[in-house]
Design a binder for this molecule. Sequence first.
Ligand code: DP6
Length: 324
Amino acid sequence: MSERATAVAHSNIALIKYWGKRDEGIALPATSSVSLTLDAYSTRTTVEWGRDTDTAELDGAPLAGEAGARVTRFLDLVRSLAGRSDGASVISRNTVPTAAGLASSASGFAALAAAASSAAGLDLAPRELSILARKGSGSAARSIFGDLAVWFAGDDDASSFAEPVTDPGLDLAMVVAVVDAGVKTISSRAAMRLTAETSPYFPAWVDASRTDFTDMLAAIAASDFTRVGELTESNAMRMHASMLGATPPVSYWQPDSVRVLHLVRDLRSTGIECYATMDAGPNVKILCQRRRMESVRDAVTAAGITRVTTSLPGPGVAVSRDDE
Ligand code: DP6
C-alpha cells in the first residue's frame, strides 16, 4: 500500500495578529489571534513516506539550507507521533509568492501537516492537526480551518490551537495590493523575536492586542463590519509600531505601501468602506464587504498598483490518501 497523501491548504490573513512567542520551543504565541482564510492563495503538497532520507521541493526547486532543515524538523514531529523512522519526499506547489508576506508559511505548513500525517497513517482530528501545524509555523494553525478562525494562545501545547469562528453574515472579502512580491528582507520569525527581545513597545502591543482580540470576537458575533474593520486596521498598525521600536528597527513598508494606506482612508471618506492590514512584507491587504470588492480593486489599480488580487473567504485544509 502506498503511503502517500496530497493536501491543499489556503493561506490566511490575520485580522488580529500573532506577533511574538511566549515559548519558542513549542511555538506558543504571546497573544491569541483571529484570521480570514483566503480562496486566492493556496499550497498543494504531496508527501510520500518510505524513503531513505527526506527530500523536499517547492515549485520545482529543491528546498536547501534552513528551509529544507525546517521541513525535516517538522517531519521529525510526524515521525515521533507515528512511531516511524523512515524518510519522506515532499513535493509542494504554491500559488502564493513564497515568503513575501502573503502567508505562504501558513498554507505551506498546514498542507504539510495534513499530507505528512495522513500519509503516515495518522488520523488526526482538526484540533490535533492545528496543534501540529502550529509547530511548523504559528499562523499555519489557523489555515486548517476555512473562513474566520480563532487561534487561542493557550498556556501549554495542548491548549494552543485554532478553531472556526461562526461568521453571522459579515460577507467579507479581501483585496490584496501586491506592492512587491520579492522575498522579504527579514523573516517574520526573526522579526518577531527581535521585537519581543528589544522593543520597549512589545509589552504594550501584547496588552493592546489582548483587548483587541476580545473586542474582535464581540464585533464578529454582532456582525458589526465597521467595528471588525476598525479593529483590523488598528491592530495591524499597533503590530508595526511595536516593530519600529526594535533595535535595530524593523520596517517592511515601502512608499507604495503608504500610498495604499492613504488610499484606503480616502476611499472610506467617499463612502467605500474598507480597512487595511499589513503583515511581514510591504503588501497591503484591504478588508471590505463583497459588494465593495470591485470598487476597491479598481481604485487600487487606478492608483498605479499593477498587481491586485481579489479574494473571498477560502476553505479549510483538504487531504486525500492516494490509495483511497
Ligand atoms: C505578521 O506564522 O510566519 O503574518 O510561527 O515564526 O513561523 P512563525 O511565524 P509566522 O508569523 C506570522 C506573522 C504575521 C501575523 C499573523 O499571521 O498573525
